[in-house]
Design a protein around this ligand. Structure first.
Ligand SMILES: *Cc1c(COP(=O)(O)O)cnc(C)c1O
Length: 464
């Protein structure tokens, strides 16, 4: 009778006693290990019933090793570190701003222990979780008061609710934007309970358009920075100064959504500065709103700064409870704002600002180091250095191009698509750009400490 390999398969029980699986029971628990053993044995039984059965090695030690690999991949966290070689600094899908070490450390410490989140250390009495960050933000922006929520979308909703629920808010048609990820101004407005009063046209809105729209039911004027698009040519919007004067003469507040919140100019060639919330307040906006994870370079959050009376009204809104920040984010935000209070070092210490202001010379040097690591490892691939354009932030900043240096890879064996797939799914995961069947690695978003790992990942993805 012919030997039946199905009979020689080890039992679940005996596999559970083998070393790599015994160790894994400690990590992921017996149930998950047993589940993967069963799945694996079923697969093998199915294979053994086919013609090519002879080639299979079903010895217990080999099986245990394979099953251990299955378990590791089946229980692997979905969210993991990636290397961003896209050159897009504020890449929303890759987590927007990486945080400064000080901010990340503060979040870590807050996460694993207790802190005085809502208690005053001096008096032992209950305080507001807003108190810590409020003072620093006021100092940074020259604001009378401030409060923070989960993101700029939440900031817009709660500000409109507190100032204008059931009443009209005037917005220029040129500013009724969609930021992506379902931030569409008319819908945000609807959710807030304020009534949208559109004025002007897509490209031209005059001060007189605002003026004519003001009536007894007007609660506020909202100005929104069109972060991700530009109208070129015949275009006009009233200046902030003119809008402030108009709002003041009618005794209504002006809310200025500046979006990315550039507190310091970057002074980078080719880069158009984004509006500064400090200047927005200095020019007389009653409230200025911006994201904490765009050009502030901190954690996801929305900052509202301006008149104390409006901030109080906002903090009284029941939605504040739903929109408030957690302890980790608050600690990270506090550290980020503290770093901004030292303008001399802020661009060096906030990664987002450091990357955006990296010079072409630095980026070229980085490209040269990477090339030197790659060439000996993958001698037959066509790998070159080239200059090109990078982007500050897809969907968060205008699609303005900043000069950058890149590594360009053209493989004879693989299409750019399949190489990009191998890079993404490798260890560590790498996100690159594809252009004309070439892979581009943009040095602007790669930290110098990541270069060696990136080189290894590229070589692995190319199948070396
Ligand atoms: C990015 C942006 C928002 C949305 O900010 P989130 O923090 O992502 O919610 C709102 N308004 C403007 C003008 C923006 O640029």
């Amino acid at each position: 009778m012919k030997h039946n390999p199905l009979r020689s398969l080890p039992s679940v029980h005996s596999l559970l006693e083998l070393e790599p699986l015994v160790d894994l029971i400690q990590v992921v628990g017996q149930d998950q290990v047993v589940e993967q053993i069963r799945i694996h044995l079923d697969k093998i039984r199915n294979n053994l019933r086919c013609e090519t059965a002879e080639a299979l090695d079903v010895s217990p030690a080999v099986l245990a090793k394979q099953i251990a690999l299955d378990i590791l991949s089946a229980t692997r966290p979905i969210l993991r570190k990636v290397i961003n070689a896209t050159g897009i600094v504020l890449h929303t899908n890759l987590g927007r701003s990486p945080m400064a070490l000080e901010a990340a450390t503060a979040a870590f410490e807050a996460a694993k222990g207790y802190l005085n989140l809502e208690v005053d250390i001096e008096t032992g009495k209950r305080s507001s979780r807003q108190d810590a960050v409020r003072g620093w933000i006021c100092k940074l922006l020259g604001a009378e008061s401030s409060t923070v929520v989960n993101n700029c979308a939440a900031a817009t909703i709660i500000a409109l609710r507190a100032l204008a629920k059931g009443r009209e808010v005037i917005v220029s048609r040129g500013q009724l934007i969609e930021i992506g990820g379902s931030f569409r101004l008319p819908e945000i407005m609807e959710v807030s309970g304020a009534i949208l009063r559109e004025v002007g046209t897509t490209n031209i809105t005059h001060l007189s358009d605002y003026q004519k729209a003001i009536g007894p039911n007007t609660a506020a004027i909202l100005r929104v920075h069109p972060s991700n698009y530009r109208i070129h040519g015949f275009e006009e919007q009233p200046s902030l100064e003119d809008l402030v004067a108009l709002a003041k003469s009618h005794n209504i507040p002006l809310i200025d959504d500046v979006g990315s919140g550039a507190v310091f100019p970057l002074n980078v060639p080719g880069y158009h500065e984004e509006p500064n919330p400090r200047i927005s307040l200095a020019k007389g906006a009653d409230l200025t709103l911006f994201s904490g994870d765009k050009l502030l370079g901190g954690p996801q959050s929305g900052i509202i700064a301006g008149a104390a009376s409006w901030i109080q009204a906002i903090e009284k809104d029941p939605l504040m409870r739903a929109f408030r920040l957690d302890k980790m984010t608050l600690c990270a935000l506090e550290q980020t704002v503290l770093l901004h209070l030292n303008p001399a070092s802020v661009k060096e210490r906030i990664p987002t600002l450091r990357m955006l202001s990296a010079t072409e010379k630095e980026l070229l040097q980085q490209a040269e180091s990477l090339l030197q690591m790659l060439q000996p490892l993958a001698p037959e691939a066509s790998i070159t250095i080239c200059s090109g354009a990078g982007f500050a932030g897809g969907g968060t900043l205008p699609t303005q191009e900043i000069p950058t240096w890149l590594i360009e890879i053209k493989s004879k064996m693989q299409s750019a698509e399949s190489l990009a797939y191998a890079l993404r799914t490798g260890e560590p995961s790498v996100f690159a750009r594809i252009q004309e069947d070439k892979i581009l690695l943009d040095m602007r978003t790669v930290a110098s400490g990541e270069l060696a790992t990136l080189a290894q990942a590229v070589v692995q993805a190319m199948g070396h």
